[in-house]
Design a protein around this ligand. Structure first.
Ligand SMILES: NC(=O)c1ccc[n+]([C@@H]2O[C@H](COP(=O)([O-])OP(=O)(O)OC[C@H]3O[C@@H](n4cnc5c(N)ncnc54)[C@H](OP(=O)(O)O)[C@@H]3O)[C@@H](O)[C@H]2O)c1
Length: 482
C-alpha cells in the first residue's frame, strides 16, 4: 500500500490561529524524544521558522541531583545538541517539578508564573519500561498526564496542550486503526478504581481490555482520563508508533535509548539474540524521532496539516493524531532481523562478536533448534565455564544475559506478531521517504551512538575488574609471604 493512499484523502489544510507563543513548556527533556523536541525548538527559533518568547523545561530531581544539574549533565552535554551554537541553552528556564505530584510538584512561585505565561505545553514525559509493574506504569503515565492536564487548566492563556501517547493503545485488529479513542469495556475511571482497590490484577485487566501488555494499557487509560477530564481545554494526543533514530535532525542516526526497536537490534548486533518470536512477514511501524518531534511541535503551535479537522471547533474533544509510517513504509520482521545480522556481520561493523545464525518465527521445530543450540547453549556453557573458574561474577553475568535475551523477545513480540494498519489524516513522513535507506540510518546510528560506546565501557569495566582481582591476588600473596 502506498503511504499517500493510506493517508485519508482530505481537503486542503485550513488556516489556524498562530499567535506568537509566549511560553512553551516542555516535559521529558532528559529522555530520548524530549531532547529532540528541545533541539528542534531551539534550531527552528534560530532559523526563524518558529517564534516564542520563553522556553521552560520541567525536570525532576533524581539521584540526589537537582534539576539544573541534571539539565546540564543529561541535556546540555548530550551530543544531541552538538550542531547548535554553544550558548544555545543560556535562556532556557529549568523548573523543578515531579509530574506524579499535585500541581506537577512545582513551587507556588513557579506555578503562578506558569499559570500566567504558558501558552503551549508539549508533554513528552512518560514511562516506556515494559518490565515495570502496572502500578509504576499507571503512576508514570496516567497520574502524570492527569497532573499535566490539571496544570494546563490553570494556564489562563493556554492555546494547546500536546500529550504523547502511543499508536499501540489500540489492541491488535485486522481492521484499519483510526485516530479515535479506543473503546473500553467499562469507563476508564472504573477500571482504574478496580486496579487501585485490588479488585482486579494486571493479568485480569489485560484480559478484559485486550491489551497485549501493561504499557499499552496504561497509555490507553491515560488517554481516556485526559479525554474525560479535559472539559474545554484544547488538547491534542499524538500517537507515535515505534520511535527510532533520527532521519535528519539533529544529525542522521541520532539515538540514545535502548527502548523499543533498539533492544532487539542491539541484542542481535552483539551476537547474543538468535531467535525472535514473530511473523516474518509482519510489517513494523517505525518512525524517526525527528519526525515525531516535528509532529509534536507543529501540533502544539498550530502548524500541522489538519485536513478536515477544524481546531477552533475541537474544544469539546481531544484531537488525536497518529504519528506513524504506515504499512507501506515499515520493514518486515524478517528484513529487520536478517538486515541487522548482515549489517553487523560485516567486518567493519562488528561491535563485539560477529552475529550468525538466527531465526524468526513461531514455536516450531526450527525455532526450538535455534533457540536451544544457538542461544541457550552458548550462554549456559559460558555460565558453567565461569562456575568452574569460581568466577561468580561471570556466572551471574551469564544468567543475567539469558534473562535479558528472553525479555527482549517477550517485550518486542507484540510489535512483530502482527501488522498494524494505522490510518492518519496527514503523513508525518516526506513523500520521498525511503524505508531501506532509513533502516540503514537506524543501524548506523545505533552502532555509532549506542553500541560502540557501550562495548568500550564494558571492556573498560572488565579491564578494571581484572586489574582489581590481580591487585587483590598480589596483596594476598604478599601477606602470605609476610
Ligand atoms: N520510545 C518509543 O519508542 C515510544 C513510542 C511511542 C510513544 N512513546 C512515548 O513517548 C514519550 C517519551 O518516550 P521516550 O522514549 O523519550 O522515554 P524516555 O527516554 O524514557 O524519557 C522519559 C522522560 O520522562 C521523564 N519523566 C518520567 N516520569 C516523570 C515525572 N514523574 N516527572 C518528570 N519527568 C518524568 C523522564 O525524566 P527522568 O530523567 O527524570 O526519568 C524522561 O525525561 C513517552 O510518553 C512514551 O510513552 C515512546
Amino acid at each position: 500500500m502506498d503511504s499517500d493512499k493510506s493517508a485519508i484523502e482530505q481537503p486542503a489544510p485550513q488556516a489556524t490561529s498562530r499567535a506568537t507563543p509566549a511560553l512553551i513548556l516542555v516535559t521529558g527533556v532528559t529522555g530520548f524524544l524530549g531532547k529532540v523536541v528541545l533541539e528542534e525548538l531551539v534550531r527552528r527559533r534560530n532559523n526563524g521558522t518558529v517564534q516564542f518568547e520563553k522556553l521552560v523545561v520541567l525536570i525532576r530531581q533524581a539521584g540526589g541531583k537537582p534539576p539544573t544539574q541534571r539539565f546540564y549533565d543529561k541535556v546540555v552535554q548530550s551530543p544531541c545538541f552538538k550542531e547548535l551554537p554553544p550558548e544555545w541553552h543560556q535562556d532556557i528556564v529549568v523548573v523543578s517539578g515531579d509530574l506524579m505530584e499535585a500541581d506537577c510538584g512545582v513551587s507556588p512561585d513557579t506555578l503562578a508564573m506558569l499559570s500566567q505565561q504558558t501558552t503551549h505545553i508539549i508533554h513528552c514525559a512518560g514511562c516506556v519500561g515494559f518490565e515495570s509493574s502496572l502500578n509504576v506504569l499507571l503512576a508514570e503515565n496516567v497520574t502524570t498526564s492527569a497532573n499535566m492536564l490539571g496544570l494546563a487548566q490553570r494556564c489562563a492563556h493556554l492555546q494547546r496542550l500536546v500529550m504523547t501517547s502511543t499508536a499501540y493503545v489500540t489492541p491488535h485488529t485486522n481492521e484499519p486503526i483510526w485516530e479515535r479513542l479506543v473503546a473500553l469495556p467499562r469507563p476508564a475511571d472504573v477500571l482504574l478504581d478496580d486496579l487501585h482497590q485490588g479488585r482486579r490484577d494486571a493479568a485480569e485487566m489485560l484480559a478484559e481490555t485486550g491489551h497485549p501488555n501493561k504499557y499499552t494499557l496504561a497509555k490507553c487509560l491515560a488517554e481516556h482520563v485526559v479525554a474525560q477530564k479535559m472539559g474545554r481545554t484544547p488538547v491534542t494526543i499524538v500517537r507515535p508508533s515505534i520511535i527510532s533514530a533520527s532521519l535528519q535532525h539533529p544529525f542522521p542516526g541520532w539515538i540514545d535509548s535502548f527502548a523499543a526497536l533498539a533492544a532487539p537490534i542491539s541484542a542481535f548486533a552483539l551476537g547474543g539474540l538468535k531467535v525472535l518470536h514473530g511473523d516474518p512477514d509482519a510489517v513494523l511501524d517505525v518512525v524517526p524521532v525527528d519526525a515525531v518531534a516535528t509532529c509534536l511541535i507543529d501540533e502544539a503551535l498550530g502548524l500541522a496539516k489538519y485536513g478536515s479537522c477544524d481546531l477552533n471547533n475541537m474544544n469539546a474533544q481531544a484531537r488525536i493524531a497518529h504519528c506513524v509510517s504506515t504499512t507501506a513504509r515499515g520493514p518486515r520482521t524478517r528484513d529487520l532481523v536478517f538486515g541487522t545480522v548482515d549489517y553487523f556481520a560485516q567486518p567493519d561493523n562488528v561491535v563485539l562478536h560477529k552475529p550468525k545464525g538466527c531465526y524468526v518465527g513461531q514455536d516450531d521445530r526450527l525455532f526450538c533448534f535455534y533457540d536451544f543450540f544457538f542461544q541457550y547453549l552458548p550462554v549456559k556453557v559460558a555460565e558453567l565455564a565461569a562456575l568452574m573458574r569460581l568466577d561468580w561474577t561471570g556466572a551471574a553475568r551469564a544468567r543475567k544475559t539469558m534473562v535479558r535475551l528472553q525479555q527482549v523477545d517477550t517485550h518486542f513480540r507484540f510489535f512483530v506478531e502482527h501488522t498494524y494498519d494505522y490510518r492518519c489524516e496527514a503523513s508525518v513522513l516526506d513523500p520521498d521517504f525511503d524505508k531501506d535507506r532509513y533502516f540503514s540510518v537506524v543501524l548506523m546510528g545505533l552502532r555509532q551512538n549506542m553500541l560502540v560506546p557501550l562495548v568500550a565501557k564494558m571492556q573498560q569495566q572488565h579491564a578494571n575488574a581484572a586489574d582489581q582481582a590481580e591487585a587483590r591476588k598480589d596483596g594476598s600473596a604478599q601477606r602470605g609471604s609476610g
